[in-house]
Design a protein around this ligand. Structure first.
Ligand SMILES: NC(=O)c1ccc[n+]([C@@H]2O[C@H](COP(=O)([O-])OP(=O)(O)OC[C@H]3O[C@@H](n4cnc5c(N)ncnc54)[C@H](O)[C@@H]3O)[C@@H](O)[C@H]2O)c1
Length: 302
C-alpha cells in the first residue's frame, strides 16, 4: 500500500512499485492535498496503470482496518511544507501528519505490518559546517518540522518494523506547485521575475524524485528500525540553482526578492553514508539533468 499516492512523490513510488511487479493499493484523500488539482491529475494518471488499485480514504478519519491487510505500507500521505504550516496550517499538519500516522500505525499493529514512513530534513533545523547525520539531535524550526518529528516518535513507539526516511528537498516532474523550482519555472516560462524567498544564499540538498523513488523502493526490503537520510550529498544554494535553471532554459532569469520564510532552514545538507550502507543507494541525478526533466514536464502541462 502506498499512502499519499496522488501526491508528487507518492504517484512516482506507486508507479515504480507496480512496474517492479508489486500489487499496489494506492491510497489518497485527494481533497486533503495541499494542491488538490495536482493530486487529481496524478490520480487520473494512475487510474489505468496495471497493478494499481485506487482507494480514496482519509487516514485521519476513515476506517483503516481493511487497508492495513497489505504486506507492506509506504506512508507518504501528509501535509507537506514549512511555509504553510504557520497559523491555520498548524492544525492541518497536526491532523494529516500526526493524527493520520497514529491511526495508520494502530491499524497496522495487529498484523505487524512493515511500514516505511516519510519524514523530512526539516527535523534537523539548519546544517552547520558538516552534513547532518541521522543521530544528530533534532532541532525543528516550524510546526511542519515538529509534526514530522512527532511522526518519527510515533513510528519508534509503535513496536512495528518501521523505516523512517528523511527526504531532502525533492524536485522533478510533478513537483508540487508550492515548491520553489515549480514556482521558478512557471515564472520563467511566463517571462516574470522568479519569486525568491530571502537573498538566494540558502542551500539545499536538492534530490531528484527518481533518486527518491529508488531509495524508497529499496527501503521496503529493510527489516525496520532505521532512520535514513534520503538526500543528495552536495548542497546547492538557491542562487546557484537559479543559474543552472537559467542555462537549462537558455535565459538569464530575473529575480524578485521576497521576505524570508520563518522556519526555513538556512542550509540542509544530507550525510549519505547510512543510505549507502543500508540501502546501497546514492543520489545520482545532478541538478542540470534533473531540472531539464522538470522544465520539460512543466512545459508539457501548460
Ligand atoms: N517534497 C519534498 O521535498 C518532501 C521533503 C521532505 C518530506 N516530504 C514528505 O514526503 C511526503 C510526500 O510529499 P509530497 O511532496 O509528495 O506531497 P504531496 O502533497 O504531493 O502528497 C501528499 C499526499 O497526501 C495526501 N493526504 C494528505 N492528507 C491525507 C489524509 N489524511 N489521508 C489520505 N491522504 C492524505 C494528499 O492528498 C496528497 O496527495 C509527505 O509526507 C511530505 O511531508 C516531502
Amino acid at each position: 500500500m502506498v499512502t499519499g499516492a496522488a501526491g508528487f512523490i507518492g504517484s512516482h513510488v506507486a508507479e515504480a512499485l507496480a512496474l517492479d511487479g508489486h500489487e499496489v493499493i494506492a491510497v489518497d484523500a485527494l481533497e486533503r492535498a495541499a494542491a488538490p488539482g495536482a493530486a487529481r491529475r496524478n490520480w487520473a494518471g494512475l487510474a489505468d496503470r496495471a497493478g494499481i488499485t485506487l482507494v480514496e480514504a482519509d487516514l485521519a478519519a476513515d476506517d483503516l482496518a481493511k487497508l492495513a491487510e497489505s504486506d507492506a505500507v509506504v506512508h507518504l500521505a501528509g501535509r507537506p511544507g514549512v511555509r504553510t504550516s504557520w497559523g491555520a496550517g498548524r492544525a492541518l499538519a497536526e491532523r494529516d501528519n500526526v493524527t493520520a500516522t497514529r491511526r495508520l500505525l494502530a491499524a497496522c499493529r495487529e498484523r505487524g505490518t512493515k511500514v516505511v514512513v516519510a519524514s523530512s530534513s526539516s527535523v534537523y533545523g539548519s546544517a552547520g559546517t558538516r552534513p547532518h547525520r541521522e543521530d544528530d539531535p533534532p532541532a525543528p524550526e516550524s510546526p511542519y518540522a515538529a509534526s514530522k518529528l512527532e511522526v518519527e516518535r510515533l513510528a519508534a513507539a509503535s513496536g512495528l518494523p518501521v523505516t523512517v526516511l528523511r527526504y531532502f528537498s525533492v524536485y522533478g516532474p510533478r513537483q508540487r506547485p508550492d515548491m520553489a523550482f515549480h514556482r521558478f519555472i512557471e515564472a520563467a516560462l511566463e517571462g516574470r521575475p522568479l519569486p525568491v524567498f530571502g537573498d538566494g544564499t540558502r542551500a539545499r540538498s536538492f534530490t531528484h524524485v527518481r533518486d527518491v523513488v529508488a531509495a524508497t523502493a529499496a527501503a521496503v526490503a529493510l527489516p525496520g528500525g532505521a532512520t535514513v537520510n534520503v538526500g543528495h550529498p552536495e548542497p546547492v544554494t538557491v542562487r546557484d540553482a537559479i543559474g543552472v535553471l537559467g542555462r537549462v532554459l537558455g535565459v538569464a532569469p530575473r529575480v524578485r526578492g521576497e521576505e524570508p520564510v520563518a522556519g526555513d532552514a538556512v542550509k540542509t545538507w544530507a550525510d549519505a553514508g547510512r543510505a549507502a550502507r543500508l540501502l546501497g543507494w546514492t543520489a545520482r541525478i545532478g541538478l542540470a539533468e534533473g531540472l531539464r526533466e522538470q522544465v520539460e514536464w512543466q512545459r508539457s502541462t501548460r
